[in-house]
Every structure is written in C-alpha cells, then in structure tokens.
Design a protein around this ligand. Sequence first.
Ligand code: CTP
Length: 417
Amino acid sequence: MSPLNIVVGITGGIAAYKAVGVVRALVLAGHDVHVVPTEGALRFVGRPTLEAISRNPVHTDLYEGVAEVRHVAIGQAADLIVIAPATANSIAKLATGLADDLLGNTVLASEAPVVIAPAMHTEMWRHPATQANIATLLARGVTVVGPAVGQLTGADSGPGRMEEPDVIVAAALERAAATAPHDLAGRRVVVTAGGTREPLDPVRFLGNRSSGKQGVAIAEAARARGADVTLIAANLEVAHPAGCDVRQVSTALELQQAVTDAARGADVVIMAAAVADYRPADVSESKLKKDAGEGGMTLELVRNPDILAGLGHAPHDGTLLVGFAAETEPDDERLLALGRAKREAKGADVLVVNRVGWTEGFASDENRVVVIGPDGEIVTRAHGTKSSVAHVILDVVVSVSTTSAVAADTTKEHGTT
Ligand code: CTP
C-alpha cells in the first residue's frame, strides 16, 4: 500500500494507552500518522509519548494554529481516520456531527474513510442511545471494529473491551485498501520473487539469502491495485500471496522458462528474484562424499543465462521491464552509477537499486531503494516496509506506462516513425 496520511483520533477512555500501539504499528508500516487526542485522552496518555511514537507534532486545541486553518487542514489531508478508543461520548458526538474540539472538526472536514474502535462498559455499549448512534455511523459508512468481549477496566467483563491494536490496524488498512485506486485493473503483471537454488547433488545446493518478501509484497500490491498477477516463486520463505497465479520454480533455468512463458503478452514484468549467475557444471546423482576430494574440493561452475537481459534485448513492445540491482557498494554515487549501468546493460525500462549486505536488504521487513527511470534519472527514492516500497515501485510503473502510452499516441497522431 502506498504510504497514507492517517489521522489517529484518541478519545478519553482508559484504553487510550493501547492506542499508542495502533499509532506505532501504522508508523512502522510506513504511514504518515497525525495524532489528534481529545483533552480527555491526554489525561490517560501523554503528548510527548504520542509525538515521539507518531514522529509528528500533536495538537488538540481548536484555537491554536488558527492562521493555518488547522481544524480543516488536518481533515482535508487525511486518507484515513482511525478513532481508537472511541468512547460512548465520542460516538454520540460523531453521530450528531458535533465539532466542539479539534477531532470533531477534523472528522467533519474530511472525506476520508473513518474506522472506529469502541471501548466502554458493557451497559454503556448496550444502551439504546449508543446502539442508535452506532447504527447511524454504520449507515454513514463508518467501519466499526469491535468491541471485543473480555475483561473490562474493573472486575467485570463482557462486550466493551477495545479490540487489540493489531486487529484495529488490519481492519483500518483493509478499509483503506478497499478504497484505493485500481490503477492496474486489467493489466497483466508478472513478478519473480525469491532466490534460485542450483543443485550440487540430491541434498545440497548453491543458493542466496533472498527470502522473497519484496517480490511477494509487489505481487500483493499489484493484486490489490486490480492487476492480474502471475508470481514466479523461487524457494520463497514467506507464504504465497492470495489471488495470484503462483508458479513454483527452483533453478535459474526453471525460472527462465517460467518467466519467458508468462511474459508473453504481459504488460509488466518485474524481476525481483535473486538469480544465481552460475550453476555447478555437473550435478551428482548421489550425495557427494567428503573423502571424494583429498584435503579440499574444487567446484566447476558454468554461467547461467541473464534472464532479464534476455527479455530486455528481445523485442518487448508493450511490456514494461523492471529489474532490480542488488549491490553491496557503500558509496551512494557509485551505487547509483552501478544501477544506471545495469539498467542499460540489461535493457530494462526501470531499475530498482537495492543496497544489500550482511545486515541490509535480505529477510528484513523494511527496504530502502532508489528507482531509476527510462532516461537513467532517479525517479524516486523509497524507504519503509516492503509493502510501502512495493507501492512506490508500482506508482512508477503506472506513471511510466502512462507516459509511454501517451508518447506512442502522440507519435501515431503526428505520423512519425
Ligand atoms: N537477473 C537475471 N538473470 C541472472 C541474474 C540476474 O535475470 N542470471 C536479474 C535479477 O532478477 C535482477 C537483475 O537481473 O532483476 C540484477 O540482478 P543482480 O543480481 O543485481 O545483478 P547481476 O546481473 O547478477 O550482476 P552482478 O552479480 O554482477 O552485480
């Protein structure tokens, strides 16, 4: 998912301390989070905590920042509003459309989807007034998460407990994804992910540390944006994404066959897999014995085909090729130069430069990339979760495809060759 501008409203209930977990999870997922607590919420959780965790200033006062029309600006900029906890009082105010504090104004000034996580005592939750307010909010399209059934603040238990932060975050992001643009609808996107393995014998292989997380995140993101996705999966360490046509491969030669088949007629091919450049010249039918070599062993390797270069140098009109460059180069300028050279050498339209190392890139949930476009210039940089990086890469795919489609149309109109 592209990074979103998310407002987290916190109202004055004891569960406010758990809202810190909601803010943290959204920030770690790469979103820009603005916390708007009510005065009551600040009795339960401190402003410095909210500012530190959200990495943004926190305001509550309607009469501060009047010159910048803050009460309207925050709401207008929001892609999503999450209110957790939502007390009985705040639910009543939302249902009536009251705007006597910054949060109330923010909600009224926004067209973003609203997700609320009620938290209160069971009697208050069951009260007909609260139930009527919830019905009003549901009819207005608000997503209500919970409340859960369980131990409440006192000794009592029942429905009224705020849902756990991870449940609220998942529901909120799902709601945002459902309203996200389907800008890849009708496009066929092929993604390779994972790392190839080149067998030496029935029990050993030459492999690499790619987990497949970034490629899978791209496949998932493309699916969420409406694409018809084929995922060529090389030894993934993560679950297969839902809704994609997954083709499992292991070696570079198998990956080459699968991607060449899938690329026919595809709109986009994204080569996120780490492909072995060499494979053992001979694969032993039986397990190699350690005393086969006296004191040491020499492996003879033969070169694997460069799959991306093969696609890039063959005619591929109408198929946008995106390659990756995994580089250990520490210097930024030299890293970019390597990326630019790799894009040209391989005939890729777009190249995503990714620094890797002992502690960077592989298996982590975060990534930092520089994206180089068709003219060799930096189109964008991205840093965040592999999912948010995936969306940034797809934003580039969409904009480069649109630009080339417009360019092709203009060429037709002007009759040039
Ligand atoms: N790639 C490929 N076939 C190969 C090797 C790499 O298609 N035999 C693709 C990868 O999927 C990636 C891009 O080429 O999209 C760059 O891969 P990378 O490992 O960074 O570069 P190499 O081509 O292997 O070059 P080097 O190892 O010398 O940096």
